[in-house]
Design a protein around this ligand. Sequence first.
Ligand SMILES: Cc1ncc(C[n+]2csc(CCOP(=O)(O)OP(=O)(O)O)c2C)c(N)n1
Length: 342
Amino acid sequence: MIPVLSRDDCLQAFRKMLLIRRFEEACIAAAHKGQVPGHFHVYIGQEATGVGVMAVLDKGDFVHSTHRNHGHLLARGADPKKAFAEILGKATGYAGGKAGTLHGCAPDLNFPLSSGIVAGILPISTGTAYAFKHRQQPNVSAVFFGEGAMEEGAAYEALNLAALWKLPVLFICENNTAEVERTPGQAGYHAPNLSIFELTDLAKSMNIATTIVDGSDLGAVWNAAKTARARAVSGGGATFMEVRTETWPGGQWPTLVTGRTDIRHAWTREVPEKYAHLAAWFERNDPVLSVAREMLAVGIVSERDLSTIDAAVQDEIDQAVKFANESPFPDSQTALTHVWPQ
Ligand SMILES: Cc1ncc(C[n+]2csc(CCOP(=O)(O)OP(=O)(O)O)c2C)c(N)n1
């Protein structure tokens, strides 16, 4: 699907996807050193979704996310230094260290908040869309959430009102369990409290346009998001996009492995012994390597170009980590600031 995009678009998107990958690998490394307070969730394996959707959004559009927000922030253009500092709880982070990993935000980029409450963000994003409609503003509200959100009542209320009032919302449901056999009510199904087989059936029942997209295919995500945004700003209402990816095998909490992505896997396909258990995923399901392979195949880049981009991205992440490590923790005097309207 890469041919639908220009060379510049491809390169920019690939760089962002790699930035997210390296950021998350650094995050896992920091967590292994005990530097990340509490629980956190990485975006490895879903990079094409955030980057593909964000590529078609306008500056004036709003973005909302969940507990798995790091990739969405970087895809929207967040500063990796401030984003990493926030995750470590430092004063230089986007929210002065108070949001941490679970409530990532970048207000300057119209990314006001993420909610750690599963499905909690859907009504908020629908409210944003209502404001756009009320003000006759030609913008959309994009909201990312996992398939688990479809088990929650808040999701149904948000979908219903978005449909009823034809609100400009892009509901991006990131189903990161595409490989799991769909057996409603069974433990193997990641959303075991759902009685449906297809997540899109829920949105269809509320007359919302739906689409199912392969999350390892950057071009497919990009196209679907573009269509959805055009529908929303032309008064056609919301779209429910189910983006399917296969679970990253290194992501089992609490034993997250770095699964360090060697960009050379894109052309050598030789996965080091240490990561042998991840080999099949790197080969079939890794969106970053998939885009790299496609770009190589159509001649947009050479192996050398990819290594150069990777080195520059790694350097940017190293600087972000250094910045975050050297930043102070917030002063106790700030504990009660920004927690209530003043
Ligand atoms: C209302 C609520 N219930 C339970 C939790 C605990 N919890 C945190 S993440 C998570 C799984 C969410 O799965 P999904 O929405 O599919 O997102 P994924 O982690 O797969 O990206 C749960 C149940 C929560 N945060 N909020």
